[in-house]
Design a protein around this ligand. Structure first.
Ligand code: BGC
Length: 609
């Protein structure tokens, strides 16, 4: 897959020149309509296979939660088969160029029912294990191919500087060295696993003022390079074939029209030879006239445009701009050559139709093997922040009360970008895996679930229970809907939801858990007051101000968004494994203090230091 930067330079040159020859031969046969079609990426709900052929469409995507049929791998394979077959018909008006279908497999192929859902990136940042990240990439690639798909919009290489950002959980860390240390490994895992990777979002997405999604990153160039550009270096060196542009701005200039960042820095200075994709409706705000907006994006260096619905307008608008000479034909040729290069270099032309591929039809999908990797990732991602009186590890024979809104809720564990764009709550939609409660029940026969219809009576006191595990935290969210900021709509039109009054709201106005979810501290205090030692497990996409909850708890564990394998939590709470997770970003306390610095994390008593 990684033929641009092979370890054997001599043969790499031969391979690269073979790729170039094929690309140029194909390009020479293409009409302007065919070229613009390759540059166009509609969303599946808005384009049929027949239209893919008629308009020479080069790529189709699934927006978060946009799933065919019953949302099983077989439904995805059938859909991809139909698009692929349309793209491969060859006749007088149409060239056979395989479609490249893209999905957000950002923590496993988690849009699909029954997938293995890995912890979101913030938890992997806590694990400090690049080898694990590469294995997750490989397993994810296998589950993506099982659905007949060839491309994922991952990894996110954002360096999240402010936990108020709704996408903090998509970032491995606030530390660019940690993000950079993972970047090459995740790209290698995905691409050697047979799926094209997409490093995103170029660039500065995690550095916006106030953590506002799609906001403005106000830093000088040295800082932009040191913090936000740096992690892309190992990703490109490992051969990441595509890059997605950020919906944010740099010092007031939108990245989608930023010629310097895309053409000069990424493609010029850094030598990126793959193609650059715009983000969801990222072109729309660049100009009032859609054709002019398209021209601005393409002239800035964007090669493929994610136009979920307005793809016909894009095709007509870009064509007009080329005819007017606003967009040079040379730029179009460069964009299409890059797209074809990725399709050739990734082996797409050699692949059989999706239904006939060895890796498709559900092979490896949601397998025990992948779930074991995910469970390992869960236990390595947990960060122990407090353990008064050595309440942890719990004894497997102990009478443990398990409660809290996230105790038995696989949807909440998985967070956003799982089945739905904004994620789901409850257990039904997450097929396979274990809730945190199910994991505890499996190792501790004396454990009892309170709440969720499991036990009606309130627990009395410490004579009845040796300890309580209270699982609290955030509800699932994605993107701007996860922001913490003053009320007000997220910038409309750049989201997956229809814009409308009151629809696009941030998660809350403060990082203080007691204010976001006051029920949590009540539960923790109520049990602690009865003399029951409380182990609080926080399920959240970011560090939260949890002073009150911590003060009332004997032990406190940051579990991030662990995904489908909740059993990894019991592995550590009951001492089968030690805590190895370290904070990937500083943990805030009341006021403006940092309560625990990045790198903090306790181990079980008696462990080697
Ligand atoms: C997000 C991208 C994602 C795309 C496609 C956008 O809203 O910003 O990260 O890949 O949607 O779902």
């Amino acid at each position: 897959m990684n033929r641009f930067t092979s370890a054997r330079p001599a043969s790499a040159t031969v391979v690269a020149s073979n790729v170039e020859r094929r690309v140029l031969a194909l390009l020479a046969r293409m009409t302007l309509d065919q070229k613009i079609g390759q540059m166009t990426q509609p969303e599946r709900l808005h384009v049929t296979p027949a239209q893919v052929k008629r308009h020479h469409i080069g790529s189709v995507l699934s927006g978060g939660g946009s799933c065919p049929g019953d949302n099983r791998p077989a439904d995805w394979v059938a859909m991809n088969d139909a698009y692929w077959a349309a793209s491969m018909e060859e006749d007088a008006d149409h060239l056979a160029i395989p479609i490249l279908y893209g999905v957000d497999a950002i923590h496993g192929n988690a849009n699909v029912r029954g997938a293995t859902v890995f912890p979101h990136n913030i938890g992997l940042g806590a694990a400090r294990d690049p080898g694990l990240v590469e294995r997750i990439g490989r397993a994810t690639a296998r589950e993506v191919r099982a659905a007949g798909v060839d491309w994922t919009f991952a990894p996110t290489l954002a360096v999240a500087g402010d936990p108020r950002w709704g996408r903090t959980y998509e970032s491995y860390s606030e530390d660019p060295r940690l993000v950079g240390g993972y970047a090459g490994r995740i790209v290698r895992g995905l691409q050697e696993g047979g799926v094209v990777a997409c490093a995103k979002h170029w660039v500065g997405d995690g550095g916006t003022r106030g953590g506002v999604d799609q906001g403005d990153t106000v830093v000088d160039e040295a800082e932009l390079r040191r913090v936000h550009i740096a992690p892309y270096v190992p990703a490109l060196e490992t051969g990441a074939l595509t890059v997605m542009v950020s919906l944010s701005s740099w010092n007031g200039e939108q990245c989608h029209a930023h010629r310097y960042l895309i053409r000069d820095v990424l493609k010029g200075e850094m030598g990126f030879g793959g193609f650059v994709l715009s983000d969801w409706n990222g072109v729309d705000p660049l100009a009032d006239d859609f054709g002019e907006a398209a021209a601005a994006a393409v002239n800035a260096g964007i090669d493929m445009v994610m136009v979920p619905e307005r793809w016909r307008e894009f095709i007509a608008g870009l064509r007009a701009q080329v005819e007017r000479g606003v967009v040079p034909v040379g730029r179009i040729d460069d964009a299409v050559a890059r797209i074809l290069r990725v399709k050739v270099a990734s082996g797409l032309f050699e692949r059989a139709r999706p239904a006939e591929r060895r890796g498709s039809n559900g092979v490896g999908f949601g397998s025990h093997e992948h779930r074991a990797v995910a469970r390992e990732a869960v236990r390595k991602s947990l960060v122990l922040l407090r353990n008064e009186g050595a309440v942890l590890p719990l004894d497997k024979g102990a009478r443990v009360l398990v409660t809290g809104p996230a105790a038995h809720d696989r949807g909440r564990q998985c967070g956003g970008f799982t089945v739905e764009w904004q994620g789901v709550t409850g257990n039904e939609a997450i097929v396979g895996g274990t809730s945190i409660w199910e994991g505890i029940r499996a190792v501790a026969p004396g454990a009892v679930l309170w709440g969720g219809g499991a036990r009606a009576a309130e627990p009395s006191d410490a004579r009845e229970f040796d300890a309580a595990v209270v699982v609290i935290g955030e509800r699932p969210y994605a993107e701007g809907m996860g922001d913490i900021r003053e009320l007000g709509p997220v910038r409309p039109g750049t989201n997956h939801l229809p814009a409308g009054p009151g629809v696009l709201r941030p998660y809350g106005r403060t990082l203080e858990l007691a204010s976001l979810h006051p029920e949590a501290v009540r539960t923790v205090r109520g049990l602690a007051e009865r003399g029951i030692p409380v182990v609080t497990v926080l399920v959240s996409g970011r560090p939260l101000v949890a002073d009150a909850e911590m003060a009332a708890s004997s032990a406190f564990v940051a579990a991030w968004l662990p995904g489908s394998e909740g059993a990894g939590v019991a592995d550590v709470l009951f001492g089968d494994h030690d805590f190895v997770g370290r904070l990937p970003m500083g943990w805030p306390g009341g006021g403006d203090d940092v309560l625990f610095p990045r790198g903090y994390g306790l181990q079980l008593p008696g462990s080697e230091v």
